[in-house]
Design a protein around this ligand. Structure first.
Ligand code: HEC
Length: 103
């Protein structure tokens, strides 16, 4: 019983930390093929996204979705996403820190 109580207390204490970290977006798997899960590009020609301003990323994604940036590769990848999905993806990549030693 005591162990359960202690475990419950730990869980409650850990919750605020979990809430502040961005949730992994459901659509991230697709993006990861080219941009990596942590925003470090996996293919030549794909930009690193880690640590970019969330506003900038959100705006870029909107431009691909609406066709103002006409890059077929990214337009196909992004598809008809909702504002909420764009926001989630932008915040995810923005929260990553750039790493060294990758292409
Ligand atoms: C097939 C590879 C591929 C996939 C999959 C892909 N991208 Fe891209 N992405 C690119 C390339 C290449 C560019 C550069 C296009 C250009 O020149 O504008 C790019 C550009 C971007 C940019 C603009 C970056 C900047 O600095 O202007 C953002 C943001 C982005 N991608 C996010 C995403 C997200 C989010 C997903 C998943 C929904 C995704 N990409 C899926 C290849 C890909």
């Amino acid at each position: 019983m005591r162990t359960v109580l202690i475990a419950a207390c730990c869980l409650v204490a850990a919750l605020p930390a979990l809430a502040s970290a961005p949730v992994k977006p459901a659509r991230l798997g697709l993006c990861a093929a080219c941009h990596g899960e942590t925003g470090m590009a996996q293919i030549p020609g794909a930009p690193h996204l880690a640590g970019q301003k969330a506003d900038y990323l959100r705006e870029a994604l909107k431009q691909y979705r609406d066709g103002r940036r006409n890059v077929p590769l990214m337009r196909a990848a992004i598809g008809p996403v909702s504002e909420a999905d764009l926001d989630e993806l932008a915040r995810w990549y923005s929260a990553q820190s750039p790493q060294q030693g990758q292409p």
